[in-house]
Structure formats: C-alpha cells, structure tokens
Design a protein around this ligand. Sequence first.
Ligand SMILES: NC(=O)c1ccc[n+]([C@@H]2O[C@H](COP(=O)([O-])OP(=O)(O)OC[C@H]3O[C@@H](n4cnc5c(N)ncnc54)[C@H](O)[C@@H]3O)[C@@H](O)[C@H]2O)c1
Length: 403
Amino acid sequence: MEILKIGVMGARRGSSFMRTLQYMEEAKVVAICEVDDAALEENEYVTDEMKIYRDYDEFVHSGLDAVILCNFFHEHAPYAIKAFEAGVAVLSETTAAASLGECVQLVEKCEEHQGTYILLANCPYFTAVHAMKKRIDEGKMGRVLYGEAEYLHYTHVEDGSKIKKDTDLNNLHWRQVLPSNMYNMHTLGTLMYVTGSVPMKVSCKMIRRTDFYKSPRKLTDCNGSVVITEMSNGAVFNTTGCSGYAPTSKWYRLACEQGTMETKRYDKREDKLIVAGLDGNSEEMSPSLEEAGLVKEGDGFNLSAYEKSSHGGIDYHLTRAFIRVLLKKEKPFLDVYRSAALSAAGILGWYSALSDGKELRIPDFTKKEERDAVRDDFRTPFAKRYSDLQMPCRLDEKDKFVL
Ligand SMILES: NC(=O)c1ccc[n+]([C@@H]2O[C@H](COP(=O)([O-])OP(=O)(O)OC[C@H]3O[C@@H](n4cnc5c(N)ncnc54)[C@H](O)[C@@H]3O)[C@@H](O)[C@H]2O)c1
C-alpha cells in the first residue's frame, strides 16, 4: 500500500494532527511549514524524518499528497488555492475564507483543478452529536425544525499580547480582531453536518461586555454573538459562534417533529444524549461509537489510537474521514461549496451585526450567477495592520460600514 504523504502548515493546532497521524497506517506527516521556531520547539511530535519548510511554495511542491492547513484563521483560502494549483489535496482549518470574494476564488480554483477539499470541523464527531445525526438519518426524529448550538470559550478574553501603543497595531493576531460569530464551525458547521443542510439567510446581534471591549488585548469590542440562520431544509438555527463567556463548553439541541434531542451541558466528552418524546418523557443515553455511526465492523477502527488522539478522540474520527476522502472511499459533507457557505454565514453575519441585525441572503456557491454577485467583495474585518482594515472589526465603528 502506498502511504499518503501529508504536509502540516502551522505547528500549533497542527500538532494535534501530527499526534493523531502517528497512529495511521495509510498516511504519515513528511513535512511541516512553520516560520515560528517557538511553535516547532513546543511541538513534541516533530521528528527527524519530517522536513521543515519556512516557504510555503517550496513546501507545497515537495511531493505531498495533501496539506493540512493550520495557519492563521483568516488566511486559509490563498494557501488552499496554491495547493489546488500544485495538485495537492486540502484539509483546511477554519475558516475556509475570510471574505465573500475569497469564497468565490476558493470554489472556482477547486473546480478548475478538480481539487480535493475538506473542512477541518471536528465537533460533528462527538459521540452524542453523531448519534443525533444517525437518529435523523434513520428517520426516527422526523423533520428538523429548530436547532441550537453553543460554543463558549472564556479564556479568549485574555488571549493575545497587550496593544500598548500605535505601532502594536501593525502586528495584530486574528484572535484580537475576530468577531465571535465568524468562528462558527463548532456551532453552525456542526448543525449543518448533523442535519445535512446549508445556510440560506443570516442575521446576527453581538454581545458586548465592558471589560472585554476595553481590554488592551482586543481590537474587536464584542465578546459574544447570537446568530439566527435559516437553513435549506426550512429549519431555523440559533447559534453562538465562539462566545467569550464562562464556562468554556459546547452544547447542541435539535427540536424535531417527533421529539427533541440534546447533548448534556458541561459534559466535556459530549457522549451523553438526552432524547425527549412528544409526551415529555426523556431518556439519557450513552451511545457506543457503533450506535453513534462512528465505527463500523471491519472499518479498521483502532481503539488505542482513538484514545490517544487529541480532543478526546474527535480528531481521530476527523483524520480517518479525511483519509477515506483521499482514498476516494467517501465524499466530504463539508466540501468546498458548503465550507464557503459556512464562511459566508460568518462574513454576512458580521455585515448583519453592523447593520442592526438585518437579515442577509447567503449565496449558493454552486451557482455561477450567485458567485458573480459577490466576486468583487473582498471586505473582511481581518488585517495584520489596523491601517489596512477594509471594514470595521468593532461594533462601535458600525457607522463607517455601508452594506
Ligand atoms: N478545531 C479546533 O479544535 C481548533 C483548535 C485550535 C485552533 N484551531 C484553528 O487552527 C488555526 C490555527 O490556530 P492556532 O491555535 O494553531 O494558533 P495560530 O493561528 O496562532 O497559529 C498559526 C501558526 O501558523 C504559522 N504560520 C502562519 N502563517 C504561516 C506561513 N505563511 N508560513 C509558515 N507558518 C505560518 C504561525 O507561525 C503559527 O505558529 C486557526 O484557524 C484556528 O481556528 C482549531
């Protein structure tokens, strides 16, 4: 069997995949692209067999089958496009693209080069979350009507170095700028996967907290978001993005025609599922990996590798899904079109927040005429330098924004 040669870009989050890929027979990490020596030194999974690159072009042309993009949040699309051009498959961290124009470029370059693309969203692989998907797919719940997904990450309030003087505004980290609704793969992305739906319309309100919006570590002035999304299956979802209040946790709920399912709040492993029927009686379940549809007989599942993998094993399921896609055994749900729609829900959600919560339509990226309508819109709230910002990243500057 030919072993797939994987390159990891960004050695911080990338270390999770290096850890998980140690246990995979079908693929191995042969190259890393990283410019920060500290990130390499702190990464315990770097071995002498891996070649280290500082230059992405050299890295992507070094004979790789696939790259795992774990670089800065808002810079994945240009590197994914270079990978398509080099004939290399892409597993991309989120967000897929940071502007609507970049979403179009990503989709069209993927089409042009018949590229392989999968978004790195790991929360769909929580046992309880996957069990929800299985129950829906088996027709046990009827149509999905309403969904909620909550991702709270309090520690981000303290992330980033202090912005002390004007010159510091030339070296901003994305976590200091991020409108929280745009970090949406753990919430909206997960509900898309579970329900097989795509976002069609979005409106968004932001939450502000005095100590957060006055924090010298932040440029954005919002620490939370409420995102209402109308989906292609007619359901409406209410999601948080990555909201900066305590306690750090994730939680999912789906109200369906035949009852309601939810994960257990503050259960870090997300392996308990509560199902309530129309009569109001509820049952707490602990589905096995098989019952959740995550493991099938004879599919090569390795329990010890799963237990040793990062994020409680969900990165193991995600990496296995990626390998199945590379080996052409399955098609990814979060393909380039749906991943672009998820990013667009984040971008347009921020446009909406700056427009007092106005509901906005999300393009269908499979249709050229819908791509044409947004292909020249490269506005994004991210920039390394404050002076390069093309649109506000603070709600208190919303008057500067024209829809
Ligand atoms: N799904 C998850 O559970 C999860 C968890 C953490 C982070 N992430 C995602 O991972 C990505 C990275 O986040 P992070 O937490 O690792 O922090 P980060 O964004 O600070 O790290 C990015 C790393 O990429 C390197 N890098 C960036 N551009 C480069 C270039 N052109 N050439 C070489 N190296 C380059 C940087 O030096 C840095 O070490 C983000 O998109 C984030 O959303 C996902």
